[in-house]
Write a protein that binds this ligand. Structure first.
Ligand code: BG6
Length: 516
């Protein structure tokens, strides 16, 4: 997607803009302060992504990385921690020269989130980086911490003058989901953050938007003439958006219990995928235009008053998966035996626009399903006059365009073809585009792209508050409905595709889920 501002519809020469967009964008002098350095996200994703950016030459020599946390670490000890996470999880090979340059700008500040002395030390540390490393007063604060700590951190940053840039400098704050628990708490969280940082300094991370294949939805739809004429209720029967994981909740019970699959990934990742799949063409890829179109689609999702038959929920049971015996959801460490939190959720949503009227969007997600796969399947109506009706409908299904988000990134088009021979038989075949076959360069990790965009101040890939609120307005009624049902969500077998009620959700409409 383009850089914000640089490619407004009024901007000069489109050919020159196109050429410029192919050049690598390199961050300017700056530092990133990481709150929550000992968390999984920081160790497995953020620190490796920073190294990968440095290794790809996308960070400036004047770059600082500051860890802020409770551990009693010296700078050197923190450098060793970062090195370990980089050697274990970075995508690109370890390069001594790159590491030497990056690690010279790594610092650690010890303290708790309400500790004035520690924020004083952070201020001094950033001044030292500005002076000795040339970071020029440009600082991003990455809050990889529980949302209930946002208030203390934002206030301390403000009290110590860290949230207010001088002329020619910038300060930004990066927040990770969950953005609240429901509409009301999301509004409250936003109030807290925006009391200190202006809206354009707030970067909300939905890491799905940083994935190459997710950005490619817009290229597929709007850079081609092939798909868009068919992308509407005249030709599309329904859309299935699946985000399946084969893992359980692991050690995340503390976060997951009471949150559940729908709040964890439907409110954000899946509704963003829906918005990108269903939105109208924006007049440019500038943040304002892109976000406005996504918001229009989310606002057009209208729910019936009675939500019975519009959703399914489940919890994985214990059993065998991939040759291993696994715990059921209720036996996981830290999950109460009577927890009603769901590890699987499916919804049917309808978008009330002319383009999508009568085309259901089915969303599903779950832990401990058959395999890890995220895909968007746009399933087309059957040809109006089926000469081949007598043939097996299971072998000859409906045409589909499947955007394979992960792990086997690409796009598949499914259509019918005559089976060679003297008989007249039509069978489904597929035409595949795979990133691995078409491009030599491997895709960057989502966090590489997103951290770079934060440092560059480019907001198109970050949802704004309005999108977050619209997404809660869609999910909150389902959460209320589920609360009103007594008892546990339905159990499903590990390694299966979810509870029977998920199949019933589609069967009621005469449809079936894809088995990716
Ligand atoms: C996170 C969820 O946002 O996304 C996790 O909190 C989930 O529960 C993860 O496992 C999946 O991300 P990815 O990129 O592996 O699909």
């Amino acid at each position: 997607m383009s850089r914000s501002g640089a490619s407004s519809p009024r901007s000069s020469n489109p050919l020159r803009d196109a050429r410029d967009r192919r050049l690598n964008r390199i961050a300017g002098p700056s530092s990133l302060v990481l709150f929550g350095v000992t968390g999984d996200l920081a160790r497995k994703k953020l620190m490796p992504a920073i190294y990968d950016l440095a290794n790809r030459g996308l960070l400036p020599p004047s770059f600082g990385l500051v860890g802020f946390g409770r551990r009693d670490w010296s700078d050197d000890e923190f450098v060793a921690e970062v090195k370990e996470s980089v050697t274990q999880y970075a995508r690109t090979p370890f390069n001594d020269a790159v590491w030497e340059q990056l690690s010279a700008g790594i610092r650690f500040v010890q303290g708790t989130f309400d500790d004035d002395e520690a924020f004083g030390a952070l201020q001094e540390c950033l001044e030292e980086l500005d002076r000795d490393r040339g970071t020029r007063g440009n600082h991003a604060f990455y809050l990889s911490i529980p949302p209930d700590a946002f208030e203390a951190v934002c206030q301390k940053l403000s009290e110590h003058g860290l949230a207010q840039p001088d002329d020619g400098q910038w300060r930004r704050v990066v927040i990770e989901k969950p953005f609240g628990h429901d509409l009301e708490s999301a509004q409250e969280l936003n109030r807290i953050v925006e009391e200190v940082f202006p809206p354009d300094a707030v970067f909300r991370i939905d890491h799905y938007l940083g994935k190459e294949t997710v950005q490619n939805i817009l290229a597929l739809r709007f850079a081609n003439q092939l798909f868009e004429p068919l992308w509407n209720a005249n030709h599309v029967d329904h859309v299935q958006i699946t985000m399946a994981e084969d893992i359980g909740i692991g050690s995340r019970a503390g976060y997951y219990d009471g949150v559940g699959a729908a709040r964890d990934v439907i409110q954000n990742h899946l509704l963003q995928l829906l918005a990108l799949t269903a939105m109208e063409e924006p007049i440019s890829f500038d943040a304002e235009h892109l976000r406005t179109e996504k918001e229009k689609v989310l606002a057009a999702v209208q729910l019936p008053d009675d939500l019975a038959g519009r959703s399914a929920r489940g919890q994985y049971g214990s059993g065998w998966q991939g040759g291993e015996h696994v715990n059921g959801f209720l036996e996981e460490d830290g999950i109460p035996a009577d927890s009603v939190t769901e590890s699987f959720a499916a919804l049917r949503l309808d978008i009330h626009t002319r383009r999508w009227s009568g085309v259901p969007f089915y969303l599903r997600t779950g832990k401990r399903l058959g395999r890890r796969v995220t895909e968007i399947a746009v399933v087309f109506k059957r040809a109006p006059n089926l000469l081949f009706r007598e043939h097996d409908e299971a072998a000859f299904g409906q045409n589909a365009v499947v955007i394979r988000v992960q792990p086997d990134e690409g796009v598949t088009i499914r259509f019918g073809s005559k089976v060679p021979g003297t008989q007249t038989e039509v069978r489904d075949v597929t035409m595949d585009f795979g990133y691995g076959h078409s491009f030599t360069e491997s895709s960057p990790e989502a966090y590489e792209r997103l951290i770079l965009d934060v440092l560059l101040g480019e907001p198109p890939l970050f949802p704004r508050q309005q999108e977050v609120e619209l997404s809660w307005q869609i999910l909150d009624p389902f959460e209320k409905y589920w609360q009103s049902l007594d008892g546990q969500p339905e159990t499903y077998e590990p390694g299966s595709w979810g509870p029977a009620s998920a199949d019933e959700l589609l069967a009621a409409d005469g449809r079936t889920w894809r088995r990716p």
